[in-house]
Design a binder for this molecule. Structure first.
Ligand code: ADP
Ligand code: ADP
Ligand code: MG
Length: 458
């Protein structure tokens, strides 16, 4: 459907509605594209590197995200005041908020992401499952209707068979889901899971999925333009997780052979086409390690934290693709022009206790990097002297390596971890080193249970 928005528009200034490493990442690409940048920041971030690196800055409020990075009107006001043509939402915060995308459009500002209606559709895991099934994309066996009451849930669960996963339809970030072993446990947790979903996501809707055995999380990077072009940029293996959230990602997945890879990537493209997706996005799948079947989990309608591993193996800049597509340009490459080489790994550096996974805010007194070298990239939020605030996600950066093959990438990562020094706060560096040395990880034979096994299941 032709609307004025579908014409090409030159983007000259972008406001970044985010903070930390992703704000710096977007600034980097904008510089290369000769696009001016506006950073918005809260009281807690006044001295942060991303604020210094932006061309213009707007203070938007106190440390609490609710009154700063999540305040839609303040952010749009800042964009209008600075004359920004577009807003890049990063990940987290407002990136998957359909209302925000709508408000941008109503203010004549380009939202760098998919259309609001797509965000809304995929924001409901239940709706997403329905649409994917229509495209012939296999979804995790489960129940897509409303679970009216605990009695209803119990009878659905009886039909599906335990173990199950009880999930918030609007959930994200690993929050709002729980494995259920039996009827007794379901009875116990049903109401509290709904309440948690309501308080975190403003929507109490929950549904049930079969628990997948020996689960592996493998996702496909998708890119689509307004002209009907859809390509995939291969997969990412994200099975090293804590609390259902990713800690280490790599590409290619050591689990897939070429036939499986092709099948998975083509299935993801089909799913994206089904919903008329625009911009970059990620189709997440879960693999049953026993049966080798894969099932759609959800779609993330934004740039992913782990996008650098895709950039490293393809040599592409995904933020550049996002900006071009949002301005109405066609995708820079067609599917047969996209290729990959070598192996990339990303480790998320968290300011947290590796045993309890509790955040450990504080001041970074020392930050020493290994010397710059080929195939090593640091996407960091912080520098020496930075204060890690307790108000936001404890991820303070990402260590990314690219090697000829998987073993070389692992060796590089081990070296980076050994040489990197972060003092003043507790980080998960030691745990990252242990994963690199773990026998199952090195063989590529691991499931999402790996970290739980290593840390004793906290
Ligand atoms: P990805 O899906 O890109 O791999 P995550 O699921 O880890 O990444 O989430 C991306 C970022 O957004 C993280 O920094 C996380 O803290 C944040 N995030 C994701 N979902 C939520 C949520 N529902 N509430 C708060 N923060 C979230
Ligand atoms: P979120 O929106 O929080 O990212 P997902 O549905 O993507 O939620 O699930 C997050 C993680 O939880 C997955 O990567 C996987 O490790 C685990 N998980 C989700 N559903 C299942 C399932 N049915 N069986 C086993 N593990 C699951
Ligand atoms: Mg997910």
């Amino acid at each position: 459907m032709a609307s004025p928005n579908h014409h090409e528009r030159t983007i000259r200034k972008i406001l970044i509605a985010n903070r930390g490493e992703i704000a710096r990442r977007v600034i980097r690409t904008c510089r290369q594209m000769n696009i001016n940048t506006v950073a918005v920041y809260s009281d807690a971030d006044a001295d942060a590197p991303f604020v210094r690196e932006a061309d213009e800055t707007v203070h938007i409020g106190p440390a609490q995200a609710k009154s700063s990075y999540l305040d839609m009107d303040k952010i749009i006001e800042a964009a209008l005041a600075t004359g920004a043509d577009a807003i890049h939402p990063g990940y987290g915060f407002l990136s998957e908020n359909a209302t925000f995308a709508e408000k941008c459009e109503q203010s004549g500002i380009i939202f760098i992401g998919p259309r609001a209606e797509t965000i809304r559709l995929m924001g409901s895991k239940i709706e997403a499952r329905k649409h994917m099934q229509q495209a012939g994309v296999p979804v995790v066996p489960g129940w897509d209707g409303h679970l009216e009451s605990v009695e209803h849930a119990l009878s659905v669960a009886e039909d599906l068979g335990y173990p199950l996963m009880l999930k918030a339809s609007a959930g994200g970030g690993g929050i709002g889901m729980q494995r259920v072993e039996n009827a007794e446990q379901l009875k116990k947790i049903f109401a509290s899971t709904m309440q948690r979903a309501q308080s975190f996501f403003g929507d109490s809707t929950v549904f049930l999925e079969k628990w997948i055995e020996q689960p592996r999380h493998i996702e496909v990077q998708i890119a689509c333009d307004r002209h009907g072009n859809v390509v995939h940029l291969f997969e990412r293996e994200c099975s090293v997780q804590r609390r259902n959230q990713k800690v280490i990602e790599e590409s290619p997945s050591p689990f897939l052979d070429e036939t499986q890879r092709k099948d998975l990537c083509e299935t993801a493209v089909r799913g994206a086409r089904q919903i008329g997706y625009e911009n970059v996005g990620t189709m997440e799948f879960i693999f049953d390690g026993n049966s080798q079947n894969f099932y759609f989990l959800e779609m993330n309608t934004r740039l992913q934290v782990e996008h650098p591993v895709t950039e490293e193996i393809t040599g592409l800049d995904l933020v550049e693709w996002q900006i071009r597509v949002a301005g109405g340009e066609p995708l820079p490459l067609s599917q047969n022009e996209v290729s990959k080489s070598g192996h990339a790994i990303e480790c998320r550096l968290y300011a947290e206790d590796p045993r309890t996974f509790m955040p450990s805010p504080g001041t970074i007194t020392t930050l020493t990097f290994p010397a710059q070298q080929e195939g090593v990239r640091f996407d960091l939020a912080v520098e020496e002297g930075s204060r890690v605030s307790p108000f936001y996600d404890p991820m303070i950066g990402k260590l990314i390596v690219h090697g000829r093959d998987r073993m070389q990438a692992i060796a590089k990562m081990e070296q980076v971890i050994a040489e990197l020094q972060v003092k003043g706060i507790t980080t998960n560096l030691e745990l990252l080193a242990q994963v690199m040395q773990n026998h199952d990880f090195r063989r590529g034979e691991y499931s999402t249970q790996l970290l739980d096994r290593m840390t004793g299941g906290i």
